[in-house]
Write a protein that binds this ligand. Structure first.
Ligand SMILES: N=C(N)NCCCC(=O)O
Ligand SMILES: [Zn+2]
Ligand SMILES: [Zn+2]
Length: 328
């Protein structure tokens, strides 16, 4: 079976779903070639991190990346919302999974950082499919080694700036406090979007604000609308190198039941996708979509939402890569 439709010298695109049924063959993200099928070099590397030892409630996000890949079989090559064919503008490839130790969180964090270093050193931007939110820390460490402290847009029901759980520093509720402590974030451009739900105390918010975060709550998105929110975020980010981290629990459980710590009153998938499209001019250096736990999903609702989210992010990166090439 042919696995990849190859143009004579442009990027190798996805398998042609008009010739090979989209449900045939092993799943890569969007039916794209594997990294080794394009000589180990890609402009955007889609990489899985099957790791969920950092969770505080329901486990299962270790299966998230492959669930997103399965759900992404239905993605098509032209993105009308951004008027772009992301897989023709740049080489996007599936880099497989980072093999992180499920029994040792500290070692797993080191492994993810080292693997991310390798991908970034090859010239790729990363589109990471999690995994629980713990993995954002080593990914940010790696990105900051390359770009310096980065702006962060964090879509999540939760702050994830808590200090420790059961004395553990590296968990899915603590990556962004660690990142601020380590000086790898540009504290003049940090925003949470979609925040909601009960906290441990008001001090969670006070400490978060001291770290430099601004908050656009889920209710703010509903009241102010996606265009105004995207405008405000764009202004805050400016032309800084930007990392976008998306915890799928930013969506309402109606739009993303398959996740470990669901909170009522969340954003719709339409709102999330529209805000991302409004950020298309930002300098997006890498991104992740995390916390998809397929055991709690129904009819792939969550995995489909996550696959479309990753598609929008990939489209933004591909457009910027193509624009930079044109300017060279
Ligand atoms: N889903 C993420 N990343 N964090 C949730 C932590 C919620 C808690 O256990 O307090
Ligand atoms: Zn969350
Ligand atoms: Zn999170």
């Amino acid at each position: 079976m042919t696995t990849a439709a190859s143009a004579s010298n442009g990027p190798v695109g996805p398998v042609d779903s008009s010739r090979i049924p989209r449900y045939a063959g092993p799943a890569t993200f969007a039916r794209l070639p594997r990294l080794d099928e394009v000589g180990g070099r890609a402009d955007v590397a889609v990489v899985g991190v099957p790791f969920d030892t950092g969770v505080s409630y329901r486990p299962g996000a270790r299966f998230g990346g492959n669930a997103i890949r399965e759900a992404s079989r239905l993605l098509r090559p032209y993105n009308p919302a951004q008027d772009a064919s992301p897989f023709a503008l740049a080489q996007v490839a599936d880099a497989g999974d980072i093999a992180a130790n499920p029994f040792n969180i500290n070692e797993a964090v080191e492994t993810v950082e080292a693997a991310a270093d390798d991908l970034l050193a090859s010239g790729a931007r990363m589109m990471t499919l999690g995994g629980d939110h713990t993995i954002a820390l080593p990914l940010l460490r790696s990105v900051a080694k390359k770009h310096g402290p980065v702006a962060l847009l964090h879509f999540d029901a939760h702050l994830d700036t808590w200090d420790t759980y059961f004395g553990a520093e590296y968990t899915h509720g603590t990556p962004f406090r660690r990142a601020v402590e380590e000086g790898i974030l540009d504290t003049s451009a940090l925003s949470h979007v979609g925040t909601r739900g009960p906290l441990y105390g008001k001090k969670d918010l006070d400490e978060d604000e001291k770290m430099g975060f601004g908050i656009v709550t889920s209710a703010d998105v509903m009241r102010r609308g996606v265009d105004e929110v995207a405008d405000q975020l764009r202004q805050r980010i400016g032309d800084r190198p930007l990392y976008i981290s998306i915890d799928i629990d930013v969506l309402d459980p109606a739009h993303a039941p398959g996740t470990g710590t669901p909170e009522a009153g969340g954003m719709t998938s339409r709102e999330l996708l529209e805000i991302l499209r409004g950020l298309a001019s930002c300098n997006l250096v890498s991104a992740d979509v995390v916390e998809v736990a397929p055991a709690y999903d129904h009819a792939e609702i969550t995995a489909v939402a996550a696959s479309h989210t990753a598609y929008e992010l990939t489209t933004i990166m591909s457009r910027q890569i193509a624009a930079a090439r044109q300017g060279e």
